[in-house]
Design a protein. Structure first.
Length: 412
């Protein structure tokens, strides 16, 4: 049992654990890619359903957390050693360790190291010399970002729930989004947009302690509403369709949710209790102006009895189409957005990881390029002098200084 615990401890803290697991997932991905074009989606599905894959994925954030704690302890121990308060042996704290037999001459080193540009701190039978800025805080932030990323992926795969509902202008929010009223849906042209040339804004009035407030949601990044992320997917219309046919006793009227964007896309409305179906599409204006931008809607309507077409024509909002005793009228229309409401406890962690990477990577690189950390420690211990050296950059120059310092401190 003890041996098993030792093995597990080494796996959890090992530097190769995460790369090996990622390699295994890569092999699974390659194997899946031979059988489906949706390899990534299939891999995510398999990970959710196969306990072994889920356990391997869970091992990654556990390993990264253990390594983060280990790296932090290592930095603290090294800092205490350079400050003259070592806690335990110095094995593994520095890149190089050199032992010289005999009584050294540490007193001569202080001025020489200061002249070489190092900040020198002398203590009893020890001299520490450092130069540059440590990139350790940014490395630790990067490691923490890795932990957040893979923990977020794990939580996203195991907790994600998606509900797709229509958000209709002038109507209450769907129950999944909580209390609130949809005030407006606006599609606007963005000619100077970096990625998209159009922007979508959904304005929602939500209750609050002050009596209510307006919130706006765009395409990206998604906003959070009642604990669910708000992802607009498809634009559409909710027309009030009034229908009369010669073989019907009265007039049928109801709102229908039609996905009609972009113009030319078709969707149908089936009249309940009748054999009739109306296929709608948006007519383009003479200048090819987007009706969702202008707010001027003209519908193309095709009326079918079963599979037999019986009437068709253009139907402006507020007008009516009358053919052969059939009448289709659309007195009003409302805009809608088919929206995914996603509850996913891993998304915020993934965003946090992206922010940490964006901050840590360039700053660490800047430090390593301009002022990398270089450290030396010399200790007189009995009849020997021990020199320790470590450099995060400009290693050759630092090693040259270190070995010259060893020559100066070497006993005769």
């Amino acid at each position: 049992m003890k041996r098993l615990l030792v093995v597990l401890s080494r796996v959890v803290t090992g530097r190769r654990t995460t790369p090996v697991i990622l390699g295994l997932f890569l092999l699974v991905y390659i194997g899946v890619a031979f059988f489906t074009e949706e390899a990534l989606v299939t891999l995510m599905m398999l990970t959710r359903r196969v306990p072994l894959l889920l356990a391997l994925l869970a091992m990654i954030p556990l390993n990264l957390a253990a390594r983060l704690v280990g790296d932090l302890r290592l930095e603290l121990r090294r800092g205490r050693a350079l400050a003259g308060h070592p806690s335990g042996p110095l094995d593994g704290l520095f890149d190089e360790e050199v032992r010289l037999a005999g009584e050294g001459r540490l007193a001569e080193l202080e001025a020489w190291l200061a002249g070489a540009g190092y900040r020198v701190k002398r203590g009893e039978e020890r001299i520490a010399a450092v130069r540059g800025i440590s990139a350790a805080p940014w490395r630790l932030l990067f490691r923490f970002g890795q932990f957040c990323l893979f923990l977020g992926i794990l939580l996203s795969l195991t907790t994600r729930a998606v509900v797709r509902e229509a958000v209709i202008e002038g109507e209450p929010l769907p129950a999944v989004a909580g209390a609130g009223q949809v005030q407006g849906i606006r599609l606007a042209a963005e000619p100077g947009g970096l990625i998209l040339n159009k922007s979508l804004t959904v304005t929602v009035a939500v209750p609050s302690a002050g009596g209510g407030r307006l919130r706006s949601f765009g395409l990206y990044p998604p906003g959070l509403l009642n604990g669910a992320f708000f992802y607009p997917r498809y634009l559409g219309l909710a027309p009030l369709v009034q229908f009369h046919a010669p073989d019907l006793a009265g007039e049928a009227g109801s709102y229908y949710l039609l996905m009609l964007y972009p113009p030319g896309r078709e969707d149908s409305a089936t009249i309940p209790g009748t054999p009739y179906r109306i296929v709608f599409s948006l007519a383009t204006s003479p200048g090819d102006e987007d009706p969702f931008l202008s707010g001027k809607y003209v519908l193309n309507a095709k009326l079918f009895r079963g599979e037999e077409p019986v009437a068709e024509g253009r139907l402006p909002v507020g007008g009516a189409l009358e053919r052969n005793g059939f009448r289709v009228a659309v007195p009003e229309v409302r805009q809608l957005v088919q929206t995914d409401f996603i509850r996913d406890s891993g998304v915020l962690l993934i965003w946090l990881a992206a922010a940490l990477f964006a901050a840590a990577v360039p700053l660490a690189l800047l430090i390593l390029l301009l002022a990398p950390r270089r450290e030396m420690l010399f200790r007189a211990s009995g009849q020997e002098v021990i020199g320790y050296s470590r450099a995060e950059g400009r290693v050759r120059r630092h090693n040259g200084v270190f070995h010259e310092a060893l020559d100066l401190s070497a006993p005769h």
